[in-house]
Design a protein around this ligand. Structure first.
Ligand SMILES: [Zn+2]
Length: 309
């Protein structure tokens, strides 16, 4: 019995490895088959995921086509507006483009640039200002109003011919028009049409300055001006001639120079068209700043310049 039991138990022991071998074989087959199934599933899943990614990429690239097309269109618009911008030589053009790119990138730390601007002209003194600019080979920007007659027309033409920017400061310079936006826009367009008629330009510069600055206007008018294709510009340097009539030439000169020293990129507002002492301050101001290495540039439509509002 013991032997028999032993035999049986011995037989059981003998059966176990075979059972495990079969079990292992079955498991191995299952493993191979399942891994093949899973692998295939993964391949399919991978292919599906790849298809999904390709779809997304196509979606993204097609969504990029819209701004790209808009960008090309915007560039064409800018080029068209530049046609009304300052007529400058290749050297100044290169400098303007370099500064423009730096302004757009906010990378102005190493710049010493001055955008000098003359408001409220032309006047009987525009020729004197243009002579001073010519003496130092400086290009500036003239924000003009509606001034008629042969002498004024000649002043408009000289501003353009000598490479300065002829910009819009409204026909009538009336602050009250800010309360009547349609009349305000009509006043702007009246000067735009007149500037083209007098100078023969097909396009104006599309640079605009609000009478009294944008802070004196309102959000409706600033939005309206931008929607009509203008870039409006305020200033970050004044000499004080807008608020005082009693400043000496020395004080005005100091104000200009100190003001410019405070900025890497200065946008200077002055009223030399009307103020004699301001005109007298220009010579020393220009001489000093040029000697210090500042570059004077005319403004252009697609430059990012200071705004108050
Ligand atoms: Zn003004």
């Amino acid at each position: 019995m013991r032997k028999g039991r032993y035999y049986r138990s011995k037989r059981k022991i003998h059966l176990k490895p075979r059972f495990f071998i079969v079990l292992a074989a079955v498991l191995l087959v299952c493993l191979v088959v399942s891994s093949m199934v899973i692998g295939r599933h993964n391949i399919e899943k991978g292919a599906a995921a790849q298809e999904q990614i390709a779809g997304k990429m196509a979606e993204v690239s097609s969504s990029f086509q819209v701004p790209a097309a808009a960008g090309v269109l915007q560039m064409a618009v800018n080029e068209q507006k530049k046609a009304g911008g300052p007529r400058v030589d290749a050297e100044l053009r290169a400098k303007m483009d370099e500064v423009k790119a730096k302004l757009a990138a906010g990378d102005t730390a190493d710049l010493k640039v001055v955008f000098f601007s003359f408001d409220d002209g032309p006047s009987e003194h525009t020729g004197e200002i243009l002579d001073m600019l010519k003496k130092y080979n400086i290009k500036a920007t003239f924000f003009t109003n509606g001034r008629e007659g042969p002498a004024m027309e000649e002043a408009y033409r000289r501003i353009v011919k000598e490479g300065h920017t002829l910009a819009n400061h409204t026909w009538s310079h009336q602050y009250s028009l800010y309360n009547n936006p349609d009349a305000f826009y009509a006043d702007v367009e009246k000067l735009d049409a007149y500037q083209k008629q007098v100078t023969g330009l097909k396009q104006t510069s599309h640079l605009f300055r609000f009478p009294g600055g944008s802070a004196n206007a309102n959000a409706t008018c600033t939005r309206g001006i931008v929607n009509r294709g203008y870039n409006y510009v305020d200033w970050n340097v004044v000499c004080g001639d807008g608020t005082s009539n009693s400043l000496s030439v020395d004080q005005l000169t100091k104000n200009f120079i100190d003001g410019v020293h405070g900025h890497n990129v200065s946008t200077v507002l002055c009223h030399a068209e009307q103020k004699e002492n301001t005109r007298k301050a220009l010579d020393k101001t220009f001489k000093t700043l040029l000697k210090e290495g500042y570059t004077f540039l005319p403004m252009e439509y697609d430059m990012e310049l200071p705004r108050q509002l």
